[in-house]
Structures are given as C-alpha cells and as structure tokens.
Ligand binder design. Structure first.
Ligand code: ANZ
Ligand code: ZN
Length: 805
C-alpha cells in the first residue's frame, strides 16, 4: 500500500467537498433538522490559535454524525468582526479597519478550511457587512420603540487606555477585560438597554433548557435576584425619610447606625446643615476615584466619615442612631443606603469594629447567644430571634415575613426584589462599530430613523482616533452629523456613539437560518424550522456576556412576535482551555504559543483534530503535548495500514462481532456526551485487536472508517476509496449496533475437583445447568476416573465444583 501522505489526501478531499457542496444545509423543511452552533470568531490579526479547533472539531463531529443519521444539518460559520483590536491596528498602521478585517477574515477562513470543517460556507456572515448590520440596527430601533433603549447620564466604567466606556461585564477585577488597563469612573451620557426588565425571565426560563450546570449557576448569580424589603428611617428634626434596602428585615432591632453612599443625593441637599462638610467633601472625592470593585472588596479596610449634625430614628423602637457615609455602600444598588446591623453582617461588623460603634445581637444560635466579639453571626438556618420584641423566639425565615407584614401594615416599608444585574451600557465612543440609528433634535428629543433609511452606513473618516474628551471619531464628521429631524424636519444631529461588539453577536444565529434575505432578518419559515439552536458550544468566559445578552435579545424578539421560540439555544456546553506544554496559558510573552498551521503542515489536519479531541476531558483545561500529537499521528497511520491485513468479507468475523457492536455503541454515545477522548480510545483499542489477530474484514474496516470519519474526515474518505467503498463516507448511514450483541454471549468458567481448579470451559451464558455439568465432567473425565461423585455444584456463569472420593 501507498504511504499515508496527509498533504495530498487533505487537499484532495477539501476540494471534492467544496465541489460537491457536501455540507450545504437543505431548504427541504420536511426533514428532521439539527442546528449545531459554535461561537463565531473575532478575526484578529494573530489568526487562528489552537484553542479554536477544540470546540469547532467537537461540534463538527456531532454535525457529521447527524448528517449520517439522516438529519438536515445547519452548521454555519461567520465573523464577529467589529471591535477594538481591529480599530487599534488600523490606527497604528493607517489602514482602514475594513481592509484590516478583510485580510484577517481571508486568513482565518483559509485556516478553518484547511482543518476540513463541514461548515456550510454559503451561509457565511460578517457583522461588519452593511447587509448584516442593517438588521442589528433594525433590532435596536425595535428596542428603542419598545422603550427598552434609553439615554442616561451616568458614571460609567472608563478604560483609561482604550478611551472607551465598558459594560460591567467587561471589567474584570477592576481592569479592562481587553487591555488590562485600570478602569475609572466617568460621568457620560450613554445609550442603555433595559436588560433588567428581562431579569426574571432570564432566570426562570433556564428551567426549560439543557445547559451545563455551571453555566446556569453563573448566569443566576450574575443576575443576582434577592428578596427583601425597603424600609424608611426618619431623619431626626427633618421632614425627610431615608429609605434603605435590606434582605434581613428580621434584624431591624439590631440596626445601630446607618450608612449612605458617598454619591447619595441627601448629602448635597443638607449641605448647609452638615457640620463637617470639608471632611465629607474630601472623602467623596477619594471615593469617586475608585471602581465599584475596589469599593466592595471584602478584604479591604473599611473607611468612612460620620455625617455631622444628622441622625436617624429606627422605626421599630424609636432609637436615635448615627448616619455615616462609606464607599462600601454603592449608589447603584438598592437605594444607595443601608441600615447597618454589625452583629449579623460581616461588612457592618468590620466597620463597627473600626469606628467603635455599638452592636446588638438579635439572632442567637442553637446554644443561645453567641460571641459576636470575634465575628458577625451570619447563620440564618439555625438562628432564633432575641432582643426583638414581637419577633422573639421566631426562626429567621418566619421573622423576615412577620417583619415585612409589620412594615407594610404600618406604612414604613414594603417587600422588594432587587437584582445585581444592571442595565446594559450600549454606547461605545469608537469608530469600528454599528452606527446607532438615532438623531437628536432640540425640539423632538431622540428620534429614531425610519426603517427605510437602514442600513445607516458608517461614514469614511479621516482619523479613527478616539478623542480625549470621550467622543467618538464620528463626532468630527460634521457633514454626517448634521442632518434633519425625521419628525419635524428641523436641524438635528446624528448619534455619534456606536454599538458595542456584543451587538452583532446577539442575534447572529438567527441570520444563519436565512442569510441572504433582503426583506427580513430571516424568513418566518426559516426561523420556525431551524430554531432553537439544538446544540451551542462556547467558552465559559461568555456566560455572563454574550450568552446572557443574546438570550435577552431573543426574548425581546419573541415578545415582538419576530422569533418563534422563547429561548435561542436548547443545549449549551462549554469546553476547557488548551494550555501550553508548561501548563500555563499560551501567550507570546511566555513563548509557549502553538500555531495550528504548523501542526497541520507537519502532521495533518486529521492529526490535529484527533489530538485536540483526545487531549483530555472536553470540559477541562488541558496542556499541549507534542508527544501526544505524534501519538495521534501514529494511530492514524495504523488505521491506514490496516489495508495490508484486510480480508475480503463484507461482514464481521465471529470473534469480533461483540467488540464491533460494543465499539459502535461506545463511540455513538460518547460523541453525544462530550466524551470524545474515550470514543477515540475505544477505536484505538479496536484496531489493537485487529493487529493482534493480524486480520480485519472489509466489513469491520468499513465500520471503523465510518465511526472515525467525524473525527478524521480526510483520511477516512481516502481509505474508503482505496478499499473500494461505494460513494462517500460523509454520505454513509451511521453504523448501528444491536444491544443484544454488545454483551458477550459466552463465558469462561472454572471446573474444579474438590475445590481445586482442574480446567476451564467456555459455555453459553444461557446454557442449562445439566448441560454445563455434563460438559464439565467430560473435560475432566480423566481426573474423575475411579472416583465416586458425591456432589455436583454449579455457580452460574462462574464455577463448576465436583466433590468426589
Ligand atoms: C441589613 C442587614 C443585616 C443586611 C444583615 C445583611 C445582613 P444582597 O443579598 O446582595 O441583595 N446592601 C443593600 N444595599 C446596598 C448597597 N447599595 N451597597 C452595599 N450594600 C448594600 O445584599 C443585600 C444586603 O446588602 C442588604 O441587607 C444590605 O445589608 C446590603 F444581618 O441590610 B442588609
Ligand atoms: Zn425634531
């Protein structure tokens, strides 16, 4: 047989697949469908890295298998191409971002094609294509018209290096998720999307989808629903109420002071009465320079200043308590003010310790009052109320409800649900994004463009540089900015902020269903047939960003009657990272980056694909190993050389039948449950058996080739052709197994005489006791000669023991 040459084999089959349009999704909506989705890449200047093929190969495997199972499969690919790195590169090198994008896309596409993915390239999309972003803008207009897009003056997260506002989700540990520069707060007027209006649905509908548990948990935590109460505290000698949010209304009798956020409006309102204004002012300036993250870090030393000349009255016992300001209370959560219960809240406890404020224990443990000198007592499960008048003796959960009833009856508070989730900051002061289709008119305010004016094209600008005053480069394009109001015809100005990169990816899976549609984002029929996405795999890092955003948009579109399902994705799985050989994250600075092109060149795409699936449990991170790559290459070579020991029979040989059915079963099931590594291991074990007996029937070889095809599609097509298989492997029917044949039908039992094993015997599992005993006596007839049989014992499937004298 010829040597395995991956260069010629892979080029040959990629060309044939393209010519045969092998992986085109059909418009025949009578067939059962399967929609497999992977996160489309950002076409960066670095090209594909070895992390990309892991999820792509996994769903390529599933897609190829589904086609063989008779499904109409949609497995699309496209480009999430707006965004900062392209723009930054364009600025630095004086090339238009459009051209940078085009070049990067061409390179990425070539790389993906060299890996032999079964993407339907006829459905390729690009978020920077005006035919695409027309619909991104269209959805924005729908959101605006539904009151879910609004403009707001607010302190935003401002990246000092990118010079751009960031969403909370884009700030990680106080620094910019993209560039690592510190993030500060800056007041700006920004477009916001009311994702909070969907907070409850985004939690509740998780019950109806099949997401891996850690994705569900982190979405729920991010949305952070909490149930509590708002309570009014009167300010002493003022006709003023200070409203707080608490999740522990049961602890009201333990409130010994109050804390308001440094940005709280009451501070300015009572400026003239505050006796230590200078001190307060200084503290507020310091707090303004910190990010929310720094302010709320648990470990951090508590700071604060008492509001001189102010005090509040605890509404349940009339006690006078001081009011402080401290940066551990955020203006953006609840009411921006809290009642502090140092005996039962850790942050309050630290604050009270530092400033020597009183504590009152109102919850005791199983064994009575606990020592709150060492730490706050935060246990809610076992505690009972004390020092709390009408709550005394109740358990915490009962006390909470009783207090809420009391507050509502007396008109001093009410039940309240709060969310950690904030509205989505949707403005970016950058060039390379979708223009926001809104104009501002002095008379009419913010006016949406008419649908017929979409797409609103990005104008050509002289410079893509963001400005230091925080305005987008579009602001300098006065010809473009100055326009007329669609409402009154008077002079108006276009919005110059653009959309964030998350916009285009919030609905891209809809466009794939009907990517060339000029009349709608996709036809009703296409959406009805293809939705929901059956299986979506993507990175854990997108759980609280892209995944949440796209669920929000989808739910909105559902409410608008535009899409037919409540949820966009039925199943969501996530892959682990691929690390360098040293177990560290791959990065240029660590010098441990592996370029997939090099692997494809040296070993072939099939080897790279096999290796990335074999590297370890799919959901865990795994370290790269060149030896591992070589091992996978050797495996494929062994599959190749089976040709030399192939016999002509089309069926399975008797001694391999069970093993064949077992392997089909294992591979079929493992491909469905993210166990690609064990599926490959099972195929490796199978070929070991072939080599052990130095023979493989044509039927066995064909089954192996078909099972391996989703993982290593090129070599298997070539082998199929070499051994004279009909048609193509990709057109085959997925091998079936017979459950009954997956279990060994014969067993080996021990035959003993007086407890000593004298022989072994192969019997049928279902053989009757008498038959087994007869056969056993026959095999050891010589040992029984001249003896008297006293007893015959058969332990089914295991032992025959003959007791004889
Ligand atoms: C009194 C109390 C007693 C509290 C106690 C807790 C324990 P979650 O669960 O995250 O919603 N809080 C309220 N608004 C705040 C703000 N703007 N900044 C910082 N902290 C704030 O937390 C709600 C609890 O966080 C509230 O319940 C309040 O402290 C605090 F034993 O009120 B609690
Ligand atoms: Zn107007």
């Amino acid at each position: 047989a010829e040597m395995y040459n991956h260069h010629t084999v892979e080029k040959k089959w990629q060309k044939i697949w393209e010519e045969e349009k092998a992986f085109q999704a059909s418009e025949d909506y009578s067939k059962p469908k399967f929609y497999a989705l992977v996160e489309f890449p950002y076409p960066s200047g670095q090209g594909l890295h070895v992390g990309h093929p892991r999820p792509y190969t996994a769903l390529d495997i599933v897609s190829r298998k589904r086609r063989m199972q008779g499904y109409n499969v949609l497995f699309p690919m496209g480009w999430d191409a707006f965004g900062l790195p392209t723009e930054n590169y364009a600025i630095k090198n004086h090339i238009h971002p459009k051209i940078v994008t085009k070049n990067n896309v061409a390179r990425f596409k070539g790389q993906l094609q060299s890996l032999g993915y079964s993407f339907d390239w006829d459905r390729e999309i690009n978020t920077t294509d005006p035919d695409y972003y027309k619909w991104t803008q269209w959805i924005f207009l729908k959101l605006f018209n539904a009151g879910l897009a609004y403009k707001k003056e607010m302190p935003i997260n401002w990246c000092t290096s990118c010079k751009v506002g960031l969403a909370n989700e884009e700030v990680v540990n106080g620094v910019c998720e993209r560039c690592g520069a510190p993030v500060v707060r800056k007041v700006k007027s920004e477009w916001m999307l009311k994702i909070t209006e969907y907070a409850d649905k985004l939690i509740k509908d998780l019950d109806d989808v099949d997401y891996i548990e850690k994705v569900k948990v982190s979405q729920k935590n991010w949305i952070g629903r909490s149930e509590g109460a708002e309570v009014d505290f009167a300010l002493k000698d003022k006709d003023e109420k200070l409203r707080v949010y608490t999740t522990r209304p049961d602890t009201l009798f333990g409130a010994t002071y109050m804390v308001i956020s440094p940005e709280h409006p009451l501070i300015d309102k009572y400026k003239d009465e505050i006796t230590n204004w200078d001190e307060i002012q200084k503290y507020r300036e310091m707090a303004a320079r910190k990010s929310d993250f720094e302010r709320t870090e648990l470990a951090k030393d508590k700071t604060g200043v008492v509001l001189g000349g102010m005090s509040a009255i605890n509404p349940v016992n009339g006690k006078e308590i001081p009011v402080w300001i401290s940066d551990y209370v955020l203006m953006s959560y609840g009411t921006g003010a809290i009642m502090a219960v140092p005996a039962h809240d850790t942050r309050d406890w630290e604050f009270a310790k530092k400033f020597d404020l009183p504590m009152i224990q109102v919850v005791e443990g199983k064994e009575g009052p606990v020592d709150i000198n060492e730490a706050a007592f935060t246990d809610v499960a076992t505690g009972k109320m004390i020092n709390s008048e009408f709550l005394n003796g109740l358990e915490v959960t009962e006390a909470k409800e009783k207090m809420k009833d009391f507050l509502e009856e007396k008109g001093i508070g009410n039940r309240k649900v709060n969310y950690k989730l904030r509205d989505w900051v949707f403005s970016r002061q950058r060039y390379w994004g979708e223009p926001i289709p809104i104009v501002h008119c002095e008379k009419c305010g913010y006016v949406p463009l008419d649908e017929s004016e979409l797409p609103l094209l990005l104008p050509e600008v002289d410079s893509y540089m963001p400005t230091d005053n925080g305005e987008s480069p579009l602001a300098a394009m006065t010809d473009w900015v100055n326009t007329t109001c669609p409402c009154c015809g008077g002079p108006a100005k276009r919005e110059t902020d653009t959309m964030p990169q998350w916009a285009g990816s919030s609905w891209y899976f809809l466009r794939y269903t009907d990517p060339h549609n000029k009349e709608a984002l996709a036809s009703k029929e296409a959406l009805k047939y293809w939705l929901p996405v059956d299986w979506y795999n993507g990175g854990m890092e997108h759980t609280t960003l892209h995944l949440l955003y796209s669920r929000f948009w989808h739910k909105f579109l559902y409410d608008q009657g535009i899409v037919p399902t409540k949820e966009p994705y039925q199943r969501r799985t996530s892959h682990g990272m691929i690390l360098g050989e040293n177990g560290e994250k791959m990065s240029k600075s660590r010098g441990n980056v592996v370029n997939p092109d090099d692997i494809v060149q040296a070993y072939g795409a099939d080897t790279l694909r096999t290796y990335e699936m074999f590297i370890g449990a799919f959901d865990l991170s795994a370290s790269w190993s060149e030896d591992g790559v070589k091992g996978c290459r050797r495996f494929l070579e062994r599959v190749w050389k089976l040709q030399t020991i192939m016999t002509g029979e089309e069926g399975y040989s008797a001694d391999m039948e069970t093993k064949m059915h077992q392997t089909i079963k294992k591979v079929s099931q493992d491909f469905e449950s993210l166990k690609y590594n064990t599926a490959i291991a099972a195929m490796m074990a199978l070929i070991n058996d072939f080599y052990k007996k130095n023979a493989v029937t044509k039927g066995e070889y064909k089954t192996l080739i078909t099972l391996l095809n989703p993982v290593a599609p090129h070599i298997t097509e070539e082998l199929w052709q070499i051994i004279g298989g009909e048609g193509r492997v990709y057109l085959n029917t997925w091998p079936e197994y017979d459950e009954a044949k997956t279990v060994e039908s014969t067993v080996e039992i021990a035959v003993q005489v007086n407890g000593k094993t004298r022989a072994t015997l192969k019997i049928g599992k279902e053989d009757a006791k008498d038959d087994v005993l007869a056969k056993a006596k026959e095999t050891i007839a010589d040992k029984l000669e001249g003896k008297n049989i006293i007893k015959e014992i058969y332990v089914p499937g295991r032992i025959v023991n003959i007791v004889a004298k």
